[in-house]
Design a binder for this molecule. Sequence first.
Ligand code: GDP
Length: 459
Amino acid sequence: MTDTDTHDPTSLRTPIVAVLGHVDHGKTSLLDKIRGSAVIEGEAGAITQHIGATAVPLDVISTIAGELVDPDDFDLPGLLFIDTPGHHSFTTLRSRGGALADIAILVVDVNDGFQPQTIEALDILKRSETPFIVAANKIDTVPGWNPNEDTPINDTYDAQSDRAASRLDESLYEIIGELSDEGFSADLYWRVQNFQRNVGVVPVSAMTGEGVPDLLAVMMGLSQRYMKAEMEIDVAGPGVGTVLEVKEEKGFGTTIDTVLYDGTIRSDDTVVVGGTNEPIVTDVRALLQPRPLAEIRTESRFEKVEAVKAASGIKIAAPELEHAMAGAPVRVVRDRDIEDVIEEVQAELADIAVDTDEQGVVVKADTLGSLEAMADALGEAEIPIVSAEVGDVAPRDVSVASTAEDPKQQAILGFNVDVLADAKTRAEQDDVKLFTDEVIYQLVEEYDEHVEELERAQQ
Ligand code: GDP
């Protein structure tokens, strides 16, 4: 008999949170502040460090948030924050159902307002239908701002000097206005009744920590109220997750950092992982978690574990993972028919596959999610795509691009990827243009400018 027969099948998992926003708006600082507060407020070991994620349990959240979060009102276990903020995690956000993140925090610097990556993040949130909250960050920099870390942010907000209040109002209402331009109805969080219909804006300072309790309270409330049904999982069932990153690890070969959002994975499981060519079927060699800092000496940074259950971040070491794709699904086979599981993975991949044209540019991106976002942006700009793949720009991509009949299409657009040295040389020889950037629409703009130049040259 397996555990599956003896366990209560359903349980509520931790909602998974991604932090997105423009570079330098404070994503890393905000995550650090949340983690830092959790360490200070919680009992030792109360937060658990996962691979690629940090779990903050409900009791720690309620200690940080004080009267804003009464643990008796919740049965969700806490929040799991994806650690790598910015492009990497946001572009791996996937449509709900095969979701990587359940909720997102969109960080916007109150001094800087909406910027290219803010808009890009919003497009992705829109497409994936991920509920989100806006953290209007760096309020401590507002001239005349009088901090009060012990009261909820709306009280502090109300108690500001006229100068600070009008300055802050101006910034916050600009953010609210920009959200509205993008099709979201938003307001300051204490004026929002229904967080499913309206985006709550929480003024915060990742520096002083003001507003962080409010942010946590809003996220817990939103999850508990509107997302509970989606948090129901079959804990003992075969694990289901998404690849965050594909990494070489000394002593373990190629490994995948995975966020598990359903079921359990065990160290003797067979898994099916989405790969660049076809699904990879492989046997887990080890499940790895970060070792507590104090224990790291000469040994590995990782500790082997026998099993983990959702929601968790876990590193999976297994043979054949070289072609695993960031953003692709991972499924445990367990007692099921392996062909069925392969089909499920293929179906998930097909769902996020990019339609290609007979002629067009070559597109490369770091994750499946970002590939999809690139394809959307190029589609809107009416730029055809001949091939779209996850991975660095390789000589093979140059070969494909060089065969385009239209010189405009002898081009490779790479998002968040490197160009391999051989590919660079080949591209120079074959007159293939390479464009790489970390902001999708800048990439599209650069390409458009190139096309305009070509057209001018032809006239
Ligand atoms: P990221 O690129 O979005 O991850 O941004 P970082 O977290 O690296 O922050 C960018 C810069 O803004 C750093 O110098 C931070 O110290 C600073 N910063 C972030 N949050 C705050 C804040 O709330 N107040 C102030 N004054 N500075 C902040």
